[in-house]
Design a protein around this ligand. Sequence first.
Ligand code: NDP
Ligand code: 8X3
Length: 252
Amino acid sequence: MSKIILITGASSGFGKAIAEKFAAGGWDLILTARRKEKLEIVAHDIEKKYGVKTLSLIFDVQNKEAVFQQISNLPNQWQAIDLLVNNAGLALGRDSFENANIEDWDTMIDTNVKGLLYCSKAVLPYLIKQQGHIINIGSTAGKEVYKDGNVYCASKHAVDAITKAQRIDLLQYKIKVTAIHPGAVETDFSLVRFKGDATKAAAVYAGYEPLKAEDIADTAWFVANTPKHVCINDLVMTCVAQANSMYLHKDA
Ligand code: NDP
Ligand code: 8X3
């Protein structure tokens, strides 16, 4: 029987690349996101290319009722989930604390922190049965706070702390819990952060070679395929131009 992975935020970026990587490895996929049309194209293309099964679930991870309603009522054949990848997330704005937008703060906390908690709690009964694995997508922003990163950094520090808490509390169920903390990766992330300003988004990745979504997918695949007794706890990865949140070398 094929293994099953549930990926939140699979309509673009890391989530889409992780879906493709695991499909290539023969896993069946539960894919979630808000944008139905985009997600269905991802699912359709993957089914066609790799011949695996997919199930698309459309919900906003901020909506507690929708998360539990959709995940708790999975068809029987989709309940044996081996791996949850908590990937859905975003940054909104890059503004000094006094200028930052409070609605942006709410959305980041509700998505990156509360959404991750809801999805973890909803999937957990299935993971306990499978002795499964949770991979949380953190960030270098969850390791060091940078200027004007305030609440995004706080939300990713929370992901770091929740990952540690899950690992401790779920030891008794033999569930592996891993955090992957990437530095700069060129996806739609900055376009979302700068609310559609493509010039500002492109400037983030100019003058160096950033990571690609496929690099994160390769790492998730490695982490998910270690021997049964091995758990990779915490993994920080950057491109060679970047040391951490503060030090990134750009060519002139
Ligand atoms: P993208 O913008 O390409 O992808 C984000 C994904 O999250 C989309 O599929 C989006 O789907 C989904 N998503 C966002 N908000 C919600 C929501 N409220 N409910 C459900 N799904 C949601 O960005 P990335 O792939 O780069 O980002 C993925 C994760 O990686 C995020 O957690 C981000 O913080 C983290 N990260 C990104 C880095 C980078 O440099 N790119 C570096 C380190 C971490 P939809 O809009 O269809 O709902
Ligand atoms: C995304 C990377 O540097 O924008 O988490 O915080 S950064």
